[in-house]
Ligand binder design. Structure first.
Ligand code: CU
Length: 383
């Protein structure tokens, strides 16, 4: 086994460990009653699971230590294990040469150049960084351009686009254009339409966005998905309707337009790469119409509830609904997108939470139940 193989294997072990710890953390923190959780944990199966998790943990630690042996730890402050949180092991097996992220905000607009044939040409680099989901904690992230989420691609229906991916990951990758009606050889699925992009290689996707294919979409890795997508390799792909069309005329007129990409990142629940209290605040003014583009790139359904407002669900998966659906809670499943529209009726100075209603998803590892974390953002009325 080469050193590279050991590193890759350690990362895989880390992911398995993370998932095992995560499951146990869920059993304990409970989408269910404590009595129910305790019964499950004290059952023979529960005890066997705990022993299993501990064994996997010891194995993961052993491999992690072996590969990190002799290499200086330059990753600074790291996730520390506490209680049932397996966070300490998340980073102990991270390759020592992974740099700390130099940016703190993901989902920033991605600039492009215009090719000689008029195509909009975007470029992203797939790379690992140590990312901070919440102050004082770092996790190994698999990213595009060094942030979780990756940058936001913004285009117009009818655009010819090229997207070059430079793979600086220690393993192959590929990118899927989620919700875009592209030829199958541009769809980003290795073994179906393309070969994976090898570590160190560069690959350019090339397609034209169909005229009626506009709305809130996404992109994400489609290789070693649990590690790469779970590690942060995703972003928004927003397509505006063609100017001058009926679709463009019927676009909602909004004063504020927010994007929230929900996911899990190791033991953290994140919106745009951060857990509360470090999530982005949605600033509004009294009288604004506000759009929130929700995208779920995680592995769980999240019923997102908005305090103090009723919203209209105006689009799902990029398609406008013929009849908008009113509500104040929207369960958003893995892979789904939804566009919400609400009227900011309240007085300046008002603050309302928008949060997942599965209460174990509004906690960070190591927090007690009277603390808030995870999938919460605030709607702040500015003066
Ligand atoms: Cu949730």
């Amino acid at each position: 086994m080469t050193r590279h193989d050991i590193v890759v294997r350690a990362q895989h072990t880390k992911a398995a460990l993370q998932r095992a710890g995560y499951t146990l953390w869920h059993a304990l923190s409970g989408d269910d009653t404590w009595q129910g959780a305790r019964r499950r944990i004290m059952s023979p199966l529960g005890i066997a699971s705990i022993i299993g998790v501990v064994l996997v943990g010891l194995l993961g630690y052993g491999i992690g230590t072996a590969q990190a042996n002799g290499a200086a730890d330059n990753s600074g402050q790291q996730t520390s294990g506490s209680g049932m949180n397996m966070g300490g092991s998340n980073t102990s097996s991270a390759p020592a040469n992974v740099p700390v992220a130099t940016q703190t905000e993901g989902a920033q607009p991605l600039a492009y150049t215009i090719d000689s044939d008029g195509a909009k040409h975007f470029t992203m680099t797939a790379e690992q960084v140590m990312w901070s989901p919440v102050k004082g904690q770092r996790v190994l992230a698999w990213t595009l351009n060094g942030t979780v989420p990756g940058p936001t691609i913004h285009a117009v229906a009818g655009d010819h686009v090229r997207i070059t991916i430079i793979n600086h990951l220690p393993e192959p990758t590929s990118i899927h254009w989620h919700g875009l009606l592209v030829p199958s050889n541009e769809d980003g699925v290795p073994g179906v339409g393309q070969k994976p992009i090898a570590s160190g290689a560069t690959y350019t996707y090339d397609f034209t966005i169909q005229d009626n294919n506009y709305g809130t979409f996404a992109y994400h890795s489609h290789y070693d998905d649990l590690t790469q997508v779970g590690g942060g390799m995703y972003g928004a792909f927003i397509v505006d309707p063609k100017p001058g069309t009926a679709a463009a005329a019927s676009e909602p007129k909004v004063q504020e337009d927010y994007l929230q990409i929900i996911s899990e990142l190791g033991p953290y629940f994140v919106i745009n790469g951060h857990s509360f209290p470090d999530t982005d605040v949605m600033h509004v003014h009294h009288g604004d119409m506000v759009r929130v583009r929700l995208i779920n790139m995680g592995e769980m359904i999240h019923p997102m509830h908005m305090h103090g407002h009723n919203f209209s669900i105006i689009a799902r998966d990029g398609s406008m609904l013929t009849t908008p659906e009113p509500g104040n809670t929207i369960p958003i499943a893995p892979g789904e997108t939804a566009d919400l529209l609400f009227y900011a009726w309240a007085a300046p100075g008002s603050v309302y939470p928008f949060h997942c209603h599965i209460l174990s998803h509004v906690m960070n590892p190591g927090q007690t139940s009277d603390e808030m974390g995870g999938l919460i953002t605030l709607i702040q009325y500015d003066q």
